[in-house]
Ligand binder design. Structure first.
Ligand SMILES: [Zn+2]
Length: 63
């Protein structure tokens, strides 16, 4: 029954370290996949989108 060694080929879920499930690879479950996704989204939202480089230079030149 246990002819396949899961620890030999299987990768581990980057989220929790459990054995990866092909269904949800590279994660072990949908929950871990969603966790990672929300992590990405959060990081994206954290990055400030406002770039005031041009704005600042413009103001300086006008004065
Ligand atoms: Zn996991």
């Amino acid at each position: 029954m246990a002819s396949k060694n899961p620890s030999g080929k299987g990768k581990n879920c980057p989220q929790c370290g459990k054995l990866m499930e092909l269904k949800f690879r590279p994660f072990c479950s949908q929950r871990c996949a969603q966790l990672d996704l929300s992590k990405w989204l959060n990081e994206e939202y954290r990055v400030p989108v406002i770039e005031t480089d041009d704005y600042d230079e413009d103001e300086f030149e006008e004065e």
